[in-house]
Each structure stands twice: as C-alpha cells, then as structure tokens.
Design a protein around this ligand. Structure first.
Ligand code: FES
Length: 573
C-alpha cells in the first residue's frame, strides 16, 4: 500500500534496526502477519467501555465492527482502553475526572504508534474527555457515539432516563410511589444498552460531535442497539484509514466556524447546559478562541426545533426515526457556516441537503419552530462577574424575570440537612442559593444546581423556583436554574457573600443577575470573607484544585490548554 505521507507509525515499525525489531516482535505474539507492519495506517480505537459505565457497556462489540472496517480499508486496528467515566456511580462526580481521562487519552495516543484515532464514546463525560485528549495530539480522528437506549416505558407511558430521576422525590412524597413501583420504573427506563435517551448531556454530546463534523452524517441519533449503529462503526473504520491518507487532522475540522455551528445546532436541539463547559474546554485544546459570551451571541436567538425531553415530549429513538440530526442541520442552514469540512471531507451542510423529516411533531421546521428563540443565555451582574448561564427553554416563563429573597445553603450537605425542615423559612417566591458547588469548592463541579424544592412546597403544588449556584445541572433536568456562577464561592466570588434575606434580581431578557446590596456592604463582606479549607491535600484531587480553571473557561486544567501535537517529547529510537 502506498500513502501520500510518511506514516507516524513507521517510526516504530518501518525501520530495520534493533528497536523496530522490538516494536514488531512483541506485537507478533498476537499472531499478526508481516504485512501488518509494512506501511499500513495504524488506527487506535480508543474505547471507553467499562462494566462500571453501563451506558458504554456495548462498546467492545462496536470496537470489533470498527476493526472490520479498518482492515477492509487496509489499515491495522489496535484497540486500547482509557479511563471510563460512568455518570451514575462515580463519586464525587465524573466531572472531576474529565480532565484526567483527557490526559490519559492524550498521552496514550502520543506515546504509541498510532496514525489515526477512533473514539468510542457514550456516557456524558466520555465524549468531551476523549475529544479533548485527541485535540491535544491532533491526529486524524473520528467519533462514534455509542447511541442512546431505546425509549423508556412504564405502565403505558414513555419515560426518559435521567429525567425521571428528578421526579422521584415528588413521586414518592406526593404520589405515594412504593418501593415496588420504583423497582418497576428502573427496569422500564433502562430497556437496552446505550446512554440516556433524553436530550441530556450524553445525547447533546453526540449531537455536538456530529455538528462539529467529527462523525459520519447521521451518527448521533442512531440507537445503541440498532444494527445501523454497527453499520456506522464499520464505515467509520473504513473512513479513518482514508482520513490518515488525506492527513485530515482534527485542527482542519475544528475551526472557529465549526464551533459556531455546534452552538447553533445545540440551541436548535435544546441541548444540555453542560454543552457550554465542554465545548469551551474542547476549543481551548484545539486552540480556537471561544468565550462564554459566544454562546449567547451565536446561540440565544436561534429557534428551537427538536421536541425532546427534558424540555419537550419525545425521546432519542423518536428523534432518530424522524430523521435525526441531519434534518436539523438542513433546516438550520441559514444559520450555519457552510465553509467547514467534516470527517468525510464534505461540508456539514452538503452532507444534509437530502435529509427528509418523517415527523414534524418531533423535529419542527424553521418556518414553524417550537419556540422562536432558544439556546443558552449568559447572565452578568455583581453576583457573577465572569458570567453565569441559564437555559430558558427549560425554565418557567413566569420566573424569567424575578426578584426574591435569598435562602442560602453554604454547601450541598447543608442543603440536604435543612431543605425539608418544616421550619425552614421559605416560600415559592424565594431564591434558593447554593454555594460550594463550583470546580474548586466541590471538586469537579457536580450536577446539583437543580436542587429539589422543599417537600412542603412540592406538596403545595409548587413546580419551580429560581435556584442559583456555582454548580452544574444534569442535561436531563429542568427548571429556572442559574448555573456555572463564576467566579465560584470557594475562591471568593460574590456568591460566597450572599446572606439569607438578601434580595436577588434575575432578569433573563436583560441578561442580569444582581445581588441587591449596597457597594459598601458588599465591600465589607468581601473584606471579612475567609476561604474554606481545601478539599484535598494530596493526589489527583489536590492537583485538580490547584490547576482547574473557572466555569467560564470550561473548567479545564490551566496546564492542559492547547496541545503538544503528535511529537514524542524525547525519542531515543
Ligand atoms: Fe450515562 Fe446518562 S448516565 S448517559
């Protein structure tokens, strides 16, 4: 086989010296023939499979299919494991390990004889972490989203994984669900392999990957167990070999225009607020300037087309049968940059010119959108000098302009201890303020921003209240929730200075979040503020706390921004 460019892997396998003998010889214990090492593109299949990450539990099967495609195209596949991030079980939060996994991915790719990479992703953080790591090396790379589970079903109703979690307190406390009911829901909501089937963070990340041009067209919405997922995997295996020959690296695809497209598409699908933090981090790795404000400027006046839970009605399986993301891309063409290329070498828009919609209840048209303006709004004000975000489409319209009395919780443990205290002085007009949930304060910045309402208010029928925190919110959740307040309370952001009884003003249309106290009072509180004790004094968590950046920068580690390319730092061979 001839390739246009000398392969990176030939530095390991292509010489006639002692070290190339060593490199080839040990691989031979797997029974590979001579020609495996004769200038064939070596494809690393980066697998986030783990039995501890149920959402990615099928990815070993998918990896085998990718290998078929790689071999058919003349490449040589080598599968490798990386740290897998299982959203439902990892403590304190998978987000603490997103950057760690990205380092694992980056260093594994760079240190090995790899010419191109296939990223097998699924559960929330497994997508951004692997893309971030791959960006810092910048080889030809293709993403295969693992796909969502089949629609959840329970007693004749369609229910969404993740989204149902946020109703359990209400179901038990108000509708008297028994343990048997809960056990039944568990099995009904997780009917097949795959990730959450709402437009939560995992589905959002799959759509982000496709919108950035990192997948073959139509990849994001294919359910995990649909045979077409395997077809996609095989074709992706073939395509990555071609991408190596074309030297179609990540940096040629991930341009500023591609990021803008991803922001537009995220608004049109009603994607997760976590999209912001992950896209900022990915942009930081590939070296594309992107700011928090870009999400508002580019994405906040975009119509909403996709009617999926948590803010809508349907689920990912319905989205796929309706035509999936290519329909959204075709509809949104007037908003998109057309001069971007995707992994198949064609532009995002050209890939989707013929993409019929099969159900306009699920994917609306641009002429008749579900809402004329969707997307994330970036708030500014004395309470969030570097910004905060809110997803209006998931909020209650009557709370988008609100002034209320703060009920403050110093940390999530404080909230848990007091929220259901019958004597807590709180009503539906109050603003729940949660501190200590930012990247440093609760290392990893957990998804606690959408804290449950007090039971006594739920029982009164209250469905939503304004909640403000420096934490994140699960993409499967909703409510009038202000998130990612930056700077966070643990490093002395103004959030740390809010007291019970302070008045807070939220005005989403005006992009305003304001703590209504005098400048003198604010200065006095600042002067007497004491930082909390660090959450860790050793190990990775200490390293993370020392280096993590604030939410408005994507919460990546400062030493990981940009990349080091594919060159090995020292090479004795
Ligand atoms: Fe893995 Fe929701 S828990 S995607």
């Amino acid at each position: 086989m001839s390739t246009q460019k000398k392969l990176r892997s030939s530095d390991w396998f292509g010489k006639q010296d002692k070290m190339s003998f060593v490199h080839r010889s040990w691989f031979r214990n797997q029974g590979y023939p001579d020609d495996y090492f004769m200038n064939r593109p070596v494809i690393g299949i980066c697998n986030t499979w783990s039995e501890l990450t149920p959402c990615n539990g099928h990815l070993r099967d998918i990896a085998e299919v990718v290998k078929r495609g790689v071999l058919e195209a003349g490449g040589v596949p080598f599968e490798f494991p990386v740290t897998s991030l299982g959203e439902t079980v990892m403590r304190p939060t998978t987000m603490l390990f997103r950057n760690l996994t990205s380092m694992d991915v980056e260093e594994t790719i760079r240190a090995n004889p790899i010419d191109g990479v296939v990223l097998l992703t699924g559960c929330d953080k497994t997508t951004p972490s692997t893309i971030m790591g791959a960006c810092s090396v910048d080889l030809p790379t293709i993403v295969i989203p693992g796909g969502a589970m089949l629609n959840g079903h329970f007693r004749g109703e369609c229910i969404g994984s993740g989204t149902f979690n946020w109703m359990i307190k209400e179901k038990q406390g108000v509708e008297n669900y028994t343990m048997q009911d809960i056990l039944e829901v568990e099995t009904g909501v997780a009917r097949s392999q795959g990730h959450c089937m709402t437009m939560g963070t995992a589905s959002t990340m799959a759509c982000m990957s496709e919108a950035l041009g990192l997948t073959l067209p139509g990849a994001a919405a294919i359910p995990a167990v649909d045979a077409r997922k395997k077809l996609l995997a095989q074709l992706s295996g073939r395509r990555i070999v071609e991408m190596v020959k074309e030297d179609l690296k990540l940096s040629r695809i991930l341009t500023r225009n591609a990021f803008e497209n991803a922001i537009v598409i995220n608004s049109a699908i009603g994607g997760s607020s976590n999209f912001i933090i992950h896209l900022l981090a990915i942009a930081g790795r590939i070296g594309v300037p992107l700011s928090l404000e870009d999400f508002d400027v580019t994405g906040s006046r975009v119509p909403l087309l996709v009617n999926l839970k948590p803010s809508g009605k349907f689920l990912m399986e319905d989205f796929y049968y309706s035509g999936g993301l290519p329909v959204v891309i075709r509809e949104m063409q007037p908003y998109l940059n057309s001069d971007v290329i995707t992994v198949n070498g064609k532009s995002l828009c050209d890939n989707c010119t013929i993409s019929p919609c099969y159900n306009t209840d699920v994917i609306a048209t641009l002429q008749a959108p579900l809402q004329s303006e969707a997307g994330m709004v970036v708030l500014k004000g004395n309470l969030c000098e570097q910004g905060a975000v809110i997803k209006p489409v998931a909020a209650s319209a009557h709370l988008l302009k609100h002034r209320g009395r703060a009920v403050v919780f110093e940390c999530i443990e404080d909230y848990i201890a007091r929220i259901d205290d019958p004597d807590l002085d709180i009503d539906e007009n109050c603003v729940i303020v949660l501190k200590g949930a930012g990247p440093v304060g609760y290392p990893g910045m957990p998804e606690v921003g959408n804290v449950d309402l007090p039971m006594k208010l739920l029982q009164k029928g209250v469905k939503d209240m304004v909640r403000i925190s420096d934490g994140r919110m699960s993409g499967t959740a909703g409510g009038t929730v202000v998130l990612h307040v930056s700077p966070e309370s643990a490093i002395g952001g103004v959030l740390a200075l809010v007291h019970d009884g302070d008045m807070i003003e939220l005005d989403v249309a005006a992009r305003k979040l304001h703590l209504d106290i005098t400048d003198e009072e604010l200065a006095a509180r600042k002067a007497s503020w004491q930082p909390p004790a660090p959450m860790a004094t050793r190990g990775y968590v200490k390293f993370y706390i020392d280096h993590v950046q604030q939410a408005h920068l994507g919460a990546d580690l400062d030493i990981l921004r940009n990349g080091s390319g594919a060159e090995v730092i020292r090479d004795l061979h």
